[in-house]
Design a protein around this ligand. Sequence first.
Ligand SMILES: C[S@@+](CC[C@H](N)C(=O)[O-])C[C@H]1O[C@@H](n2cnc3c(N)ncnc32)[C@H](O)[C@@H]1O
Length: 273
Amino acid sequence: MSYLKSPLNYTGSKHKLLKQIEPLFPKDIDTFVDLFAGGCNVGVNASAKRIIANDIDENIIELYRYFKENKADKITKDIEKIIIKYKLSNTSKYGYEKYNTTSSIGVGKYNKRFYEKLRADYNKNPSPLMFYTTLLFAFNNQIRFNSKGEFNTPVNKRDFNKNIKKNLELFVDKLNILDITFTSQDFNDIKISQDSFVYIDPPYLITQATYNENNGWNEDKELQLLHYIDALDARGIKFALSNVFENKGRVHELLIKWSQKYKVHKLEHNYHN
Ligand SMILES: C[S@@+](CC[C@H](N)C(=O)[O-])C[C@H]1O[C@@H](n2cnc3c(N)ncnc32)[C@H](O)[C@@H]1O
């Protein structure tokens, strides 16, 4: 079984782990809730009658809605128009020589000035299309906003290459046909219907990610989530939680203790990807 890969190169993506995670899910799911959708790697690959994908980050949710409402070739053409307008590199068309560089060095130096103009224009006049194009040329495709709410990731080494274009096309094609709804709320505000299976992939308290910064996730949130899950379980609603028990010498005792009442599957992996 091969799984679609999100066109957002998302920190904490479960794409590589799906072959271990997905077989653990129930077989006949009515409503699949991806409560912390992130790159939407899990939601887009779920087999269910309907899917709800939620994330607190409104920018990515708006982007998925835009992907769902448009055809892949239109989106790709619109991205390419922006690339031409801002004079950004197009290595899949012209190779690296045109930009006086190599694949290992990348196009960061060439694109820096053009990318900064694109990013400034996106910040002045945000839209899902400008957000995604900016993200494509942003360092490691990382989503980072400063305290003024401006997108401020520096330039990337890579551009809109063949792999990401293919991932984008397949992802958009799938969203076009799926019964999938996108919501952007704190998980506490998501009401779960009785026919749901809930996949829960929150930020991890003991690891680093941009969405953990600025108190984005803390012990209080972690406790709220564990209560929220216990309340689902008390209603007989099935769920799966991904998390980390141990990282760089830190042990998450609270989570280990809490999880003892549930079934735990240890996965083989490097969770950063
Ligand atoms: C580990 S990532 C999910 C990765 C995803 N499963 C994938 O495969 O791409 C965790 C996500 O939780 C989101 N998040 C953080 N706090 C949240 C909250 N209070 N409610 C809902 N989502 C939240 C973050 O924006 C981030 O996208």
